[in-house]
Write a protein that binds this ligand. Structure first.
Ligand SMILES: Cc1cc2nc3c(=O)[nH]c(=O)nc-3n(C[C@H](O)[C@H](O)[C@H](O)COP(=O)(O)OP(=O)(O)OC[C@H]3O[C@@H](n4cnc5c(N)ncnc54)[C@H](O)[C@@H]3O)c2cc1C
Length: 404
């Protein structure tokens, strides 16, 4: 590595990986720390929206080509009413003049981190350290000192800046005393994956389906490997949570969707808490936050990881101007905060909360009106286009870049 102090990034999730590669490509020394011994492979984000695909394409190194080859191109998505069978289909071809990628790419987020970490190996100015957990940090006028746990011992690492990309429990955010304002929903989400071919039993089924139902709404989407089903559950204790994860409950939920007279093969199941929170600030001197470290939301609409990627690309550019062009760090990082934090509060939180409310209405009348509204919107080219520009995060990225 060069003698210039590296930017230290804690967390090799999508946000941290993309930020590390963006900096390395500019020749900026970077040290990416990951507490796990290898890249985590968990079933989390699986939808890449058009602006994220454009940013990854511009990053180069063949990453977008690998992603496009592996992922599924969801060029439409559907809102379905299970009671009536009505379907509203949004066709992303209607925004083909607005983006190079008029589709949602369905691909596990760990494929992106894997491709990026492979690419980082080609950069002498980049170092990726696995099994290296950030414990705390201090900062002074010249840089940051990160205390990490690695190979059973504590070590101190010196850097120019420290980026908290270590997810919702961010050590950087907590050590900086930055509040994480918002709320946690009463219910949790159960996610189950299966190889059962839903596309063969539901007519004209798209890769992404939001299904309303007076008794229990769900999301059914396809990743590159499996179908994934998400349903809300209300565990009041550890025992109840274990029940919701049991074969009995999981099979009953899948059979409610479609009973094919046999048990489903279930590849994975997990329950997770759902939050809507945004950090009070994304910047504290030389410590900066990206991704889930500074904003978390429910996954309806697939905006969490995508928002984190947009943070990472935005911050990489600010760091570049500060480190290589001598731009005023305070001004550059304040602009990062304005462009990304305001947007997280006003756009992502609003849309994801609305998406969830739309899905969960129990009153059949409200559900019927909601489905009607979605079908009318989908059938009207102008309204469908406006809806798609909003939900695909194209509008919010444009609006964020316009903030000065
Ligand atoms: C079921 C589910 C479905 C989802 N679907 C979508 C979707 O379709 N689209 C979407 O946009 N979002 C979705 N999300 C949200 C998305 O997964 C997150 O927003 C995304 O993972 C955030 O990326 P990140 O890099 O900021 O943080 P993370 O992915 O959480 O990565 C943080 C990394 O930091 C490491 N780490 C933690 N602490 C430390 C430490 N102290 N030191 C060093 N390393 C550390 C962790 O091991 C991890 O590798 C979904 C989430 C869930 C749970």
């Amino acid at each position: 590595m060069s003698t210039q102090q590296p930017v230290i990034i804690a967390g090799a999730g999508p946000s941290g990986c993309v930020l590390a590669l963006s900096l390395a490509k500019q020749g900026i020394p970077v040290r990416l720390l990951e507490k796990c011994e290898s890249l985590p492979i968990d079933l989390r984000a699986s939808t890449f929206h058009p602006p994220s695909l454009e940013m990854i394409a511009d990053l180069g190194d063949g990453i977008i080509e690998k992603m496009l080859a592996r992922g599924l191109h969801a060029d439409r998505y559907q809102y379905r009413d299970r009671a009536t069978g009505d379907v509203a289909t949004f066709d992303m071809a209607q925004i083909a003049d607005e983006t190079r990628f008029p589709f949602r790419l369905q691909l596990e987020q760990y494929e992106l981190t894997r491709f990026v970490c492979e690419a980082l190996q080609d950069y002498d100015c980049a170092e990726v350290r696995f099994g290296c957990e950030l414990l705390r940090y201090e900062q002074d006028a010249d840089g940051v000192t990160a205390t990490v746990s690695s190979e059973g011992a504590e070590q101190q690492l010196r850097g120019s800046y420290l980026i908290g990309a270590e997810g919702a429990r961010s050590v950087v955010r907590k050590s900086s005393g930055i509040g994480f304002m918002g709320f946690t929903y009463d219910e949790k989400f159960l996610v189950v994956s299966t190889s059962f071919p839903f596309e063969e039993v539901f007519e004209d089924f798209s890769y992404v389906n939001y299904v309303s139902d007076p008794e229990e709404w769900c999301v059914i989407l396809r990743t590159d490997k499996l179908w994934r089903v998400l349903v809300p559950v209300f565990p009041a204790s550890a025992e109840e949570e274990a029940y919701y994860l049991s074969d009995e409950f999981v099979q009953s939920r899948l059979k409610r969707l479609h009973d094919h007279g046999a048990d489903y093969d279930v590849h994975h199941r997990s329950i997770y808490a759902v939050n809507q929170r945004v950090a009070e600030t994304y910047v504290q001197g030389r410590a900066l936050l990206v991704g889930d470290a500074c904003h978390i939301n429910n996954p309806l609409g697939g905006m969490g990881m995508n928002g984190g990627l947009h943070d990472a690309f935005n911050l990489a550019e600010k760091l570049r101007t500060v480190i290589q062009e001598g731009a005023d760090p305070q001004a550059a990082f304040a602009l990062y905060d304005r462009q990304r934090r305001e947007l997280a509060v006003q756009f992502v939180q609003r849309h994801t909360i609305e998406n969830k409310k739309l899905m969960e209405a129990r009153d059949p009348d409200i559900q019927r009106k909601r489905q009607q509204m979605l079908m009318e919107t989908a059938a009207d080219p102008e309204r469908a286009r406006a809806f798609l520009l909003e939900r695909s995060m194209i509008n919010c990225v444009r609006e964020s870049l316009a903030v000065q």
